[in-house]
Design a protein around this ligand. Sequence first.
Ligand code: NDP
Length: 265
Amino acid sequence: MTDRYAVFGHPIAHSKSPLIHAAFAHQTGQDMTYEAILAPLDGFADSVAAFVAAGGRGANVTVPFKEAAFKIAQRLSPRAARAGAVNTLSFAADGILGDNTDGAGLIADLTRNLKRTLAGQRILLLGAGGAARGVLEPLLEQQPATLVIANRTLSRAEELATLFGHGIRAATFEAADTPFDVVINATAASLAGELPPLSPRIFGADTLAYDMMYGRDTPFLDFARAHGAATADGLGMLVEQAAEAFYLWRCVRPDTTAVIASLRA
Ligand code: NDP
């Protein structure tokens, strides 16, 4: 019988996840379907329950339901527990398992696709929302020399710095004004076509500026480029987090390179 998977979000029509998982399934010969489901803003848990009752085996979860997914999970992977957010659900006989593959996706894109070594590097993470929470532990595992979280609301950055420890520093955007090796934009500013009030001094000769947003150029990437940084968008992260979810469900690792290239084309 064909196994059913889905992505839940609101909105969801724009999602590239069905395309990505269809490509993975085709490539690895897995008998599965993957659909996009628009869950009502106040009806995420009911939508998931209906999907499970209809035979669903697993699901991805995107904006704005990652915290709701965390709440309905009966068991959590350690990385999801730490992140406080879930983007991957597996439905098994013994209940719902919640995981978070966003961080693994970012690290795979930075290190494998973009060939950046993060150990010993100075990293600036912009934003303190769900995406930032999800990537902090995997970033720390890479053992950077410095990790600074800068956020519009300083108290949220401070909260994360305290929660994750390891000498993470919290700052306002304006207070971060020395060069970093990697600057990751995990704010939602790009969604609104806005640029956080950043100092150009965060970019050095060899800085990589990475925007988690994908699909179009952003004011952040334009600003970084204008100040000499190399740039990358979040499409690779999107495909890599999907590959990690696919592996959790199917125990097969798809080849992501061809899928990223075809989405870019
Ligand atoms: P959240 O709503 O949880 O967090 C939003 C963050 O952005 C907060 O830190 C908020 O600051 C900050 N922010 C919002 N608007 C502005 C602004 N105009 N100027 C400066 N800061 C702002 O969102 P997520 O963390 O879930 O998502 C963040 C981004 O990451 C989105 O663009 C999303 O699409 C992308 N993403 C991409 C993924 C991928 O696979 N490529 C995976 C996950 C996310 P404050 O605390 O002050 O409100």
